[in-house]
Design a protein around this ligand. Structure first.
Ligand SMILES: [Zn+2]
Length: 264
């Protein structure tokens, strides 16, 4: 480790305009103070930082408090943390956008319940309507193979071109105009479906679709935006909630302060 002051001489030759604010703040510190700042930013423990910066074990805790009170040290830490918040803000925004996409996604873009015409809605005189002649012939062949009596054999009197997606007929005597219910699953890889689709599971009864929890997503958006002030104030902090969130994501709610807290 070089003598205190070596570093200043070295940096004096560098074009100061090219240094970023953090480097400029560091420039005003001794090498040991710089080392302290570096370690403090890792876990925000002042006495640990003092120990790692090489201050004697038995004085580290006492000195930590004094070093943090040094305005140049405090400024370097403040700038570094502001920079960090600025960098991670991008991530926090991305997180917020993801939650918002889930909260506002439409489940119909994945799984849709549709009511369509029943077979009797549009058949002639509300008798059974076939999709096409081929479907009718297949049904007739099956009934004959099963030796159904002639009066129970399928008839083509209801006609053809049944379409399950056509509107139910309000006057249909078979479904009372309600129609027939269908569940349609759309392409889960579509951009509209993706924020909500949470995978599927094959079960004995078929396929089980999992959707993301939209209520939870909305709650997360509200928390990001600071709509639940009670929770945010637990941090003793009326700052921008996004900053609070970033700090939570970083696993700490501490800030550089003039007096070190009981940090270990
Ligand atoms: Zn019907």
């Amino acid at each position: 480790m070089g003598r205190v002051g070596d570093n200043r001489t070295e940096l004096a030759r560098v074009d100061r305009e090219r240094l970023d604010p953090f480097e400029r703040a560091l420039d005003r510190l001794t090498q040991r103070e710089q080392s302290f700042v570096h370690h403090y930013l890792l876990d925000l423990s002042a006495s640990e930082a003092a120990r790692r910066a090489g201050y004697a074990e038995h004085t580290a805790r006492f000195l930590a408090s004094r070093i943090l009170r040094n305005p140049d040290v405090a400024a370097a830490i403040r700038i570094a943390m502001a920079e960090r918040a600025r960098r991670t803000q991008i991530d926090a925004d991305a997180v917020l956008c993801r939650w918002w996409a889930t909260a506002t996604a439409n489940p119909n873009d994945i799984i849709q319940h549709i009511l369509g015409a029943c077979r009797y809605c549009h058949g002639t005189d509300h008798t059974y309507q076939w999709r096409d002649r081929r479907e009718f012939r297949a049904a007739l062949a099956r009934a004959k193979a099963n030796n159904e009596p002639d009066d129970l054999l399928p008839s083509e009197e209801g006609g053809f071109s049944y379409n399950a997606l056509s509107e139910p007929d309000p006057d249909c005597p078979r479904c009372d105009g309600i129609g027939e219910s269908m569940v349609v699953v759309h392409d889960t890889s579509s951009p509209l479906a993706a924020p909500l689709y949470d995978g599927l599971k094959k079960t004995r009864d078929g396929v089980e679709f999992h959707l993301a929890d939209r209520a939870k997503a909305l709650e997360m958006v509200a928390r990001h935006l600071g709509m639940f002030n009670d929770k945010l104030k637990l941090q003793g902090d009326a700052e921008n909630p996004l900053t609070v969130l970033i700090r939570e994501l970083q696993g700490t709610s501490l800030q550089p302060v003039a007096n070190p807290t009981d940090d270990d």
